[in-house]
Design a protein around this ligand. Structure first.
Ligand code: CAA
Length: 283
């Protein structure tokens, strides 16, 4: 199936990154969010990153303008009527995602694939909100989207081969390397990553080490590009907690219980980089 116009629901850190890579691959993009200020902030972030690429000589000014020219912003979800493929990258909240999929199913042409960037909500549950479960799939990008090479593609039980192939090919056209996962809690990426982050929070909770010590051990001892607590701050502690809850709920296994300290930070509004404070402070 040919995709020319690519819709993105959500202009936050994942949504604007996805919109950027789609526009860079030559697609026309509609980036949608609920408020003007959200889409403006998303577009400003894309503009900043593209300008940096121009400064570094990785792209010309004309190429930057062409990429930006391919991105339309929208605050009305009905604009998705002209998209050939939509990826939802809204907040990691099941009720919200269900409402978005119900709406998209009403608005979009019947042939349109509805993908979700969910980090852990079951694809099958999202698919049942629509009358096209065979066209619903997980397309899970990693943060920061323009840099990270992986797209985890998750098949729901009802996802068709055609939907899978179109999503796979699209990811390759974005310059990414796709990996296939089946629809179990946390899929592959977060089933492995989040218990490690949660264990790092337990190390802090049990005073095994300071945040700096914990992150230094994992950075220099295991060659991770950043320590697990710094990474949790990048992902967002609310998202980390939501994923741990999904793992715990999905497997009913105590090894996935979220650390009380993680919950305490989230309750205090210390969500990481986006609020200026998480395990570290950001000015
Ligand atoms: N957005 C876009 N580009 C960014 C960026 C951002 N937020 N942060 C860094 N970059 C770019 C820089 O501009 C730089 O680009 P050039 O090579 O063109 O100069 C490049 O990335 C390297 O950046 P830095 O030199 O500043 O720093 P670094 O080498 O430490 O890399 C990093 C930064 C890429 C974030 C690296 O630390 C890293 O890979 N960290 C781990 C990230 C990770 O694990 N992500 C997955 C999170 S899990 C997830 O997303 C799934 C989920 O569902 C929770």
């Amino acid at each position: 199936m040919e995709v020319k116009t690519f819709g993105v629901i959500g202009a936050g850190q994942m949504g604007n990154g996805i919109a950027q890579v789609a526009a860079m691959s030559g697609l026309n993009v509609i980036m949608n969010d609920i408020k003007d200020e959200f889409v403006e902030r998303g577009l400003a972030n894309i503009t900043k990153l593209l300008s940096k690429s121009v400064d570094k000589g990785k792209m010309t000014g004309e190429e930057k303008d062409a990429v930006l020219g391919r991105i339309k912003t929208s605050v009305d979800v009905k604009d998705m009527a002209s998209a050939d493929f939509v990826v939802e990258a809204a907040t990691e909240n099941e009720t919200l995602k269900f409402a978005i999929f119900k709406k998209l199913d009403e608005i979009c042409e019947p042939h349109v694939i509805l993908a979700t960037n969910t980090s852990s909500i079951p694809i099958g549950r999202i698919a049942t909100q629509t009358k096209r479960p065979e066209k619903v799939i997980g397309m899970h990008f990693m943060n920061p989207v323009p840099v990270m090479k992986l797209v985890e593609i998750i098949r729901g039980l009802a996802t068709s081969e055609e939907t899978f192939k179109t999503t796979w090919d699209l990811s390759v056209n974005f310059g990414k390397t796709p990996a296939e996962a089946n629809d179990y809690p946390g899929f592959i990426a977060n089933r492995i990553l989040l218990p490690m982050i949660n264990e790092a929070v337990f190390c802090l909770y049990h005073s095994v080490g300071t945040p700096e010590a914990i992150d230094t051990v994992m950075k220099l001892g295991m060659n991770h590009p950043m320590g697990p607590l710094a990474l949790a701050d990048l992902i967002g502690l609310d998202t980390c907690l939501a994923i741990m809850e999904t793992l715990y709920e999905g497997f009913k296994d105590s090894k996935y219980r979220p650390c009380p300290l993680l919950r305490k930070y989230v309750e205090a509004g210390w969500l990481g980089r986006k609020t200026g404070r998480g395990f570290y402070e950001y000015k």
